[in-house]
Every structure is written in structure tokens, then in C-alpha cells.
Design a binder for this molecule. Structure first.
Ligand code: F6P
Length: 549
């Protein structure tokens, strides 16, 4: 966010005040005491936003914390940075690019697009063409299978959304997502396909990504070898590199622009699988939901702005409580790929060690994100969340109205979701019959390894639940295209907020490059056995695995 210089967050007065507040009241903060002392806490930390309700009250913060975090946001120039993004400034400084995924969601004439009318016109031209194509394919009953070949942002977003919105999908079309260069994946998909009934979408912003190119070539070969003779009719490309797609032999291409980051691209042509699944109207609803959240983020005061409150909480947890991970618990099976999607969104955006000027940062940035749908996680790793030595903030996602009619299931699901958040917070002393009331001893959960460091006997031993474990609780009324769009846009903006405060470029990803370069060097060595210049361990692995290739 080079366009808007601002002081480094840890050099602001607000940071020092937050550290003092943490030392005085944050480290030993106890949620049970906080609720006992303030009958209005649940309301004060509830936030309504378009299509999303958030209960943030079970987090380790009080009004003073939020006040100081908002001060930090102001001292770091958050509003100016946000406005720079919406003005189309080149805030992706290392790649000299604007960051305008939000523009993909703007309706014609949107006030937020005032600075970039030409780009908005291009967006709508491409969107119109893509949606017309989607409707044509939806009406073509000879196409029964759609195979999206892409990786990272060209896979995770569309895959997550197609699964999430399956309830709204047209019957008669099956969607497959192939991302890994591991041939097992493509092989398993191709096994059941017939070329005349299959449409391949080659999704790649750059159209150079090694995995995608290898899978696309193999798909093309399979298509020809299986008797297919209409590449133009059975392959389409979604890319900013239309020339490379044409050189590959694809005539149907839908483009987008360098100001759309890969992990922010499912609103562009990369979203074609979503449009094929839920139709033009559904896709427009998906965009409209995201736009509603964009407007909330762009215009709501910081104190009642959901992405801002979440991003500030993320900074509080990462830099003061020093939590290193966050777990996502979607209590809706259709959101099973959400954790994987959010991993790329947040960890590729904010997994950075230098500021915009390339100076090494002395504070932590992106946490590790992980998770599984509830209730499955409860029977796997929730043990660690309840009684482990590290505190991991959780994010529960509940959907009020189910998309099925099976009796009794939804109440059980919601009960589990609510009860887990409750259990994490209230805890239970091993010998006591019920949960501790206000005034219970703080768990010391804000410190990693707090239990082990203290040592000694814990009352109730193995049956003691320390409680005071933080969580946020999101509610969507229904998992509709609008709600999903808004919910995802909320996450995009929250990542923007923490990245802006940390002073990093959330929109590049240089960290993925080295491995790509080295893989190109290693591949021929597996065949040749040449180990010259390799470190000892790499050489030994090349020798061992080379024999098998
Ligand atoms: O290697 C990382 C990355 O560049 C991601 O940022 C991106 O989403 C993914 O690869 C795929 O890139 P492309 O869409 O250009 O194939």
C-alpha cells in the first residue's frame, strides 16, 4: 500500500497502549468474568452486516481493547488504504498493479466504481459473454460433465462455491475439479467420462502454471485418443493470457485482468463453473451479495464495520496474545472446502515477513488456518482445542435454515455448534457438577503452553476443562448465492485489514516461486541421475526416487 505511506503499526502510540492494556488486562482476561460483569456484552459484540450476523462476544477482548484497536487502525491509515484500493490505485506495489476484485461485483453505475468506469464496462461486457455461454452450456443436455482444470485460486474458490451452492445447481451436470499434477487425480476423473459429454475448462490466470498445463495437455490427449474431434466445442479457457490459450488450441476464451489476484478471482471468468452450476441469475446474485459486503466495508464506520472488527481482532490475537493459528468450523457439510479456500486467501495474502519497503518485520503476520466441517472435527481434534496446551481461536459458522428436509438433523447440528462454543468458553472443573460461574480462576489460556509452564496438579485432572477459549460465531440465514458472496467478501476484506495494519503487500505471492524453479531443475535429474551441485539430502532423494521414474 505504497500509495499511502503510514507508520509501522508497532511504532504507533496505539500499539504501545495496546501492549500496556494487554499486560494489565488482556493476558489474564476471563470471558466468564467479562460476561458476569456486563449484561450487555453479547449485544455490544454482536455485529450485523449484509447476509451475515457475527457474535464476537466470546473473544478475549473488552470495549477498551476495541477502542485501542480502532485507534491503531486510524494511526495506520486504514481508511486511506481502503479508499486507495477502491480508487484503483496500484496498492500491489511489488507487481505495480491495482487491486480491484471488488469491481467484478459492481453493478453498472455503482458509486464505488466512479474512478474506473472503463474497467467497469469491460467487466460487464465479459460477464455478459460468460453468462450467455454458461446458459448455452446449461441448456445443452449432451454436456453432462464439466471438468475444471486449475490450481490455487483457479480451483479453490470455484470448487468451494460449487459445492456450497449445490442445492441451487441444475440437475444433470456433474462438476469435477482437477488441480494436482499427481496423475492419480486426473486419471480417476477421466475414467468415468465420455469425450462427447464432457466440457473441459482450463482455468489459469497466467496460462503457464506447470500443474495446470500438464493436466490440460493430458486432458487434450485423452480427448483425442477417446475419439473426440471438436476441441473448440469441448474446451474453454479462463485466463488473462488469451494468446497462450489460443496457442494451446482453445477458441472459446473468457478473459480477466491483472488487477484480479488469483485467490480473489472467482468473481471473474474463473467463476464460470459456478455460473454453469447455478445459472446466470444465481451468479449475479452471488456477485450482488459480495457487492453488498463491499459497500458495508467501504462505507460503514470502523467501529461497526464487520471486516474491520474481524481484522483488528486478528491483529490482537496474533501480535498480543501471540496465537499462531485459527480454526474454521463450518457447521454445514456443503462448506467442506471453505477451510482450504480460506487457507489460500489468508496465508498466501498475509504470509509475509517484510513490509512494503522490503524491511523485515519484527512481529507475526498470517496465522495458520485449518479446519473441518462440524461435527466431524469434534470427534477428531476438538480434544486439543478444549484441553490442549495451546489456545486456538475458533470460528463457528452456522446456517439457520437447512437445505434438506431430513427430520431432526438440523437441530442436532445447531445444538452441537452452539454447545461447542459454550463449552470452550465456560469450561468445567473436573470435580464440579456444572460449569463454573463468574469469578472462576483465569485459565491463563492467553499464553502458549500455559498449563505446562505452571505445572502442578490441576483440580479435576483429566476431566478439567479450562474454558476461556475464544471463538467467533457467524450465522447465515440460508446458504444462498447472496449469502455466500457476502460471507466470502467479508473474509477478503478482513484479510485486507490485518494486512494493511501489518504494512505488508497482501496481493503478491513471491514465496511460491522458489519451489517452482527448483522443481524444474529436479525433474530432469530424476531421469538423468545427475546430482551435481545438489545438497546431500536432495541428492540422496533424487537417487532414491529417480530409480522409479
Ligand atoms: O503458485 C501460486 C499461484 O500463483 C496462486 O497465486 C494462483 O492462484 C495459482 O498459483 C494458480 O495460478 P494460475 O491461475 O496463473 O494458474
Amino acid at each position: 500500500m505504497a500509495a499511502t505511506p503510514s507508520p509501522r503499526c508497532d511504532r504507533t502510540p496505539a500499539w504501545a497502549a495496546l501492549q500496556a492494556h494487554f499486560d494489565a488486562a488482556g493476558r489474564g482476561f476471563d470471558l466468564r468474568e467479562a460476561f458476569a460483569a456486563d449484561a450487555g456484552r453479547a449485544t455490544a459484540f454482536a455485529q450485523e452486516a449484509p447476509y451475515v450476523f457475527a457474535d464476537l462476544s466470546k473473544n478475549l477482548l473488552d470495549a477498551r481493547t476495541e477502542q485501542l484497536l480502532l485507534q491503531l487502525a486510524r494511526e495506520c491509515g486504514l481508511e486511506a488504504k481502503r479508499d486507495a484500493m477502491f480508487a484503483g490505485e496500484h496498492i500491489n506495489a511489488t507487481e505495480d498493479r491495482a487491486v480491484m476484485h471488488w469491481l467484478l461485483r459492481c453493478p453498472p453505475g455503482a458509486a464505488s466504481a466512479a474512478a474506473v468506469p472503463a474497467e467497469l464496462a469491460q467487466v460487464h461486457e465479459t460477464l455478459g459473454a460468460m453468462l450467455a455461454y454458461a446458459e448455452k452450456v446449461r441448456a445443452d443436455h449432451t454436456i453432462t460433465d464439466v471438468v475444471n482444470i486449475g490450481i490455487g485460486g483457479s480451483d479453490l474458490g470455484p470448487q468451494m462455491a460449487v459445492q456450497a451452492l449445490a442445492e441451487f445447481a441444475a440437475p444433470g451436470k456433474h462438476f469435477h475439479f482437477v488441480s494436482n499434477v499427481d496423475g492419480h487425480e486426473l486419471d480417476a476423473v477421466l475414467e468415468d467420462l465420455a469425450p462427447e459429454h464432457t466440457l473441459f475448462l482450463i482455468a489459469s490466470k497466467t496460462f503457464t502454471t506447470a500443474e495446470t498445463m500438464a493436466n490440460a495437455q493430458s486432458a487434450k490427449r485423452w480427448y483425442a485418443q477417446s475419439g473426440g474431434n471438436d476441441i473448440a466445442g469441448h474446451f474453454a479457457a479462463l485466463t488473462t493470457n488469451v494468446e497462450a490459450a489460443r496457442a494451446f488450441g482453445i477458441e472459446t476464451t473468457f478473459g480477466f485482468w491483472d488487477w484480479v489476484g488469483g485467490r480473489y478471482s472467482m468473481w471473474s471468468a474463473i467463476g464460470l463453473p459456478i455460473a454453469l452450476a447455478i445459472g446466470a441469475e444465481g451468479f449475479r446474485a452471488f456477485l450482488a451479495g459480495a457487492h453488498a459486503m463491499d459497500e458495508h466495508f467501504r462505507t460503514a464506520p470502523l467501529a461497526s464495520n464487520l471486516p474491520v472488527r474481524l481484522g483488528l481482532l486478528d491483529v490482537w490475537y496474533r501480535n498480543f496474545h501471540r496465537f499462531t493459528s485459527r480454526s474454521i468450523a463450518p457447521y454445514h457439510a456443503a462448506l467442506r472446502r471453505l477451510p482450504a479456500y480460506l487457507q489460500q486467501l489468508e496465508m498466501e495474502s498475509n504470509g509475509k515477513q517484510v513490509d512494503l519497503a522490503g524491511q523485515r518485520l519484527p512481529y507475526g503476520t498470517s496465522p495458520v488456518l485449518w479446519g473441518e466441517p462440524g461435527t466431524n472435527g469434534q470427534h477428531a481434534y476438538f480434544q486439543m482445542l478444549h484441553q490442549g496446551t495451546d489456545v486456538v481461536p475458533l470460528e463457528f459458522i452456522a446456517v439457520h435454515e437447512p437445505g434438506h428436509t431430513l427430520e431432526g438433523h438440523h437441530a442436532k447440528l445447531l445444538a452441537n455448534c452452539i454447545a461447542q462454543a459454550q463449552a470452550l468458553m465456560v469450561g468445567k472443573q473436573g470435580d464440579a457438577a456444572g460449569p463454573p460461574q463468574g469469578g472462576a480462576a483465569p485459565s491463563g489460556g492467553s499464553e502458549p503452553h500455559a498449563v505446562g509452564e505452571r505445572g502442578g496438579q490441576i483440580a479435576g485432572g483429566h476431566r478439567n476443562f479450562p474454558g476461556n477459549r475464544p471463538s467467533s460465531f457467524f450465522v447465515l440465514e440460508r446458504l444462498t448465492p447472496e449469502a455466500l458472496g457476502a460471507f466470502i467478501a467479508m473474509h477478503e476484506h478482513r484479510v485486507f485489514v490485518s494486512g494493511a495494519l501489518w504494512g505488508i503487500n497482501s496481493f503478491d505471492q513471491w514465496g511460491v516461486e522458489l519451489g517452482k524453479v527448483l522443481a524444474k531443475d529436479v525433474e530432469p535429474r530424476l531421469a538423468s541421475g545427475d546430482i551435481a551441485g545438489l545438497d546431500q539430502s536432495t541428492a540422496a532423494l533424487v537417487r532414491r526416487l529417480g530409480r522409479m521414474v
